[in-house]
Design a protein around this ligand. Sequence first.
Ligand SMILES: Cc1ncc(COP(=O)(O)O)c(C=O)c1O
Length: 354
Amino acid sequence: MGVIDLFCQSSSCFVDRRKPNPSCLFEGKLRRGTITFMTPPASSSAVPVKEESQQEGGCSLTGDSFIRPHLRKLSPYQPILPFEVLSTRLGRKPEDIVKLDANENPYGPPPEVFEALGSIKFPYIYPDPESRRLRAALAEDSGLEADYILAGCGADELIDLIMRCVLEPGDKILDCPPTFTMYEFDAAVNAALVIKVPRKLDFSLDVNRIIEVVEQEKPKCIFLTSPNNPDGSIIDDETLLKILNLPILVVLDEAYIEFAGIESKMRWVKKYENLIVLRTFSKRAALAGLRVGYGAFPLSIIEYLWRAKQPYNVSVAAEIAACAALENPAYLEVPGATSISALPMACNLLAETA
Ligand SMILES: Cc1ncc(COP(=O)(O)O)c(C=O)c1O
């Protein structure tokens, strides 16, 4: 028989193999007394189980009856094709393909990243659950203290984590299409409803309509993208302040901020309790394949994300690569600056082909 500390999340289960039917035995101290558990017999499982007679007679229960009803209706997210698949399909080498379907940064990461990845010392050890090195580097980079920063397996993970912490099934989020479709997808996964306030013809936000909808429908949070995907439009400070004034959690996604030549709003989270700012290494440092994003949160919110996040959400390789990228800030500025200066040329080419 083994002993388990009920208050330690990472305790193990020991099995007594000397017994004919080994069972998992737990023993721990609960307040004053000591208690002993045995794994319950299969029949008392919390998971719906087929009755013996049903199984024998060929019952109608199928695997999907275990799936939560709202997920049975979920349409899958349409991800991009991996480079290798694309390359085979097109009959071209990956190096000869200019991939534009997922807004990856084609310039590649700074050389420091390759060096650091090539000399990882402890890949067999779990990563730091608090991503301390990375958060310290991000604090330096952003001018916001590390306590306000949480790293994730891409900004995508943080979008889902925020929803998991904030939304009850049936709660509403406000979305402003055309925009990044992950907000709508994650809302569906989290059984939330999406209210759409489409952008105006020039892609700016319809602030008056947003105000009306917040009053009438009381959505819990709004997802704003600045610069917006797909059009690159930026939300000005006046507009953002109007929305921050509403009783709604504002998630400002700055995945492309480095390509706009404007300052991040990360530091605003110290002033606005209803603001979250998301950023990513996928675009700024060309690390989309390593999956590392980060967010700035008010302290009153971040506490709960720490509790709910997966402990090892940022891999050893992702943290090492992101830290190495931040060592070369001059390199990180190049893609943004180049993209901005190449914009008129790209517009002309598009106009010619239209
Ligand atoms: C607006 C926006 N936010 C977030 C992401 C995803 O970022 P990450 O790769 O860090 O998950 C994307 C990816 O295209 C995006 O367009």
